[in-house]
Unconditional design. Structure first.
Length: 79
């Protein structure tokens, strides 16, 4: 006997409840994070925050280029 699929079960369950998302008021935001912390985060640039990602991407590009050059050299030697 075949098992019932999830699709047929999900139709019986009905719609899921939608969760309402509310944004905190400016007073609640200021209570959670001090103004100096918010200003310091905003002052840092995108490049400063993700400098490690740029370094990793450069390392990956050099490695990929080296491996591609090795593959081309091997194809010329073997073929």
């Amino acid at each position: 006997m075949a098992r019932k699929s999830r699709r047929s079960r999900s139709k019986r369950v009905g719609k899921k409840a939608v969760r309402k998302v509310t944004t905190p008021s400016p007073i609640e935001r200021s209570a959670k994070a001090p103004a100096t912390q918010v200003e310091a985060t905003a002052a840092q640039g995108f490049a400063e925050q993700y400098a490690y990602v740029y370094d990793d991407l450069k390392r990956i590009a050099v490695l990929a280029g080296t491996l591609l050059a090795v593959l081309v050299a091997l194809s010329l030697v073997i073929g």
